[in-house]
Ligand binder design. Sequence first.
Ligand SMILES: Nc1ncnc2c1ncn2[C@@H]1O[C@H](COP(=O)(O)OP(=O)(O)O)[C@@H](O)[C@H]1O
Ligand SMILES: [Mg+2]
Length: 368
Amino acid sequence: MATVLLDRVTKRFGRITAVDGVTLEVQDGQFMVLLGPSGCGKTTALRCVAGLERMDAGRIVIGGEDVTDRQPGRRGIAMVFQSYAVFPHMTVRDNITFGLRIRKAPAVEVLRRTQQAADLLQISELLDRYPAHLSGGQRQRVAVARAIVMQPAVLLMDEPLSNLDALLRLQMRAELKRLHRETGATTVYVTHDQVEALSLGDRIAVMRHGVIVQCDTPSAIYNRPASTFVGGFIGSPPMNFFRGTVEEGGRSVRVAGTAIGLEPRWAGAEGMGPGSEVVVGVRPEAFEVMAEARPGALPGVVVVVEPLGGTTLLTVSVGGETAKVSVAPDTDHEPGQRLWLRPLPDRMRLMEPGQGRALIPTEGGAHR
Ligand SMILES: Nc1ncnc2c1ncn2[C@@H]1O[C@H](COP(=O)(O)OP(=O)(O)O)[C@@H](O)[C@H]1O
Ligand SMILES: [Mg+2]
């Protein structure tokens, strides 16, 4: 096993800077997810780690060794691509053993490791079949087996589940999590799917325009997004944003005519001076929904009611903007209904309106 370090990595394609001075440290055995919208540079960053791209600047360090000038085959990595890159003219067994045979591993060793990888991926019964006779999900398992049979110190995966249908994707997601627990390989996993990232990652590095905008645990990324971009990209539906004005020296914020009380830790924080414009971020499940007017509750009108089984999603018109509010499925709501939304003070996020950067509360609240 090994640590992985991307050290100020830059990669350009002509005038496009695909990866722009990225530094990222992955601990030994960690499952790191690179998450971001299409085109933000995830694949390019991963290919730099693999040695498939020549970088314009920076270093790649794996297991403490600078591998920047090493060939992909000499970096102790294995990679699983989005397209199921399996050889169609080879059986599953030959696909899996291909790398080991190239390395001239002893036959008993090849047999043992193939069986082990096939067991882990639950494809032991498929070893003598050809890829044409496999489902998409089975083919992807073969691709993963072929990577882990090499017992790489570092496993790199680029959207390995994105070509699978929804149910299979859900199954494979859990399988990959189990696989990681059982192999312990340091993993860098690329996806644009925030649910996948939240479910799989020990840590998530959120990328945008070639840079990492936040790197933290899934819970911190979800609950304490560093910007409106992260809050808006993660969560389904995403975080709600309201424009507000700071009042009472940072003790409350006025949104759509309503003064909402803030936790004391906001008083005196940077960006919280009287009259400052702020963006108030509230997750759909972080409102108290009330049938009557209350202090600190925003008046709204229900526009759409969507029962989703486990929860019900309300679209609520609030002061000319709409908010998405998640409520228990057994609650009675209908379009046209008036209600009041009180953002839970400990779940509110405040951002500055320009770049959308999160404001930091005072008194040791920096991590809240
Ligand atoms: N081989 C290439 N030639 C030119 N431009 C590329 C190449 N590969 C990627 N790019 C560009 O670099 C940017 C990042 O691409 P990519 O790393 O594939 O993003 P992601 O994987 O996050 O979707 C995009 O603007 C893309 O068009
Ligand atoms: Mg990509």
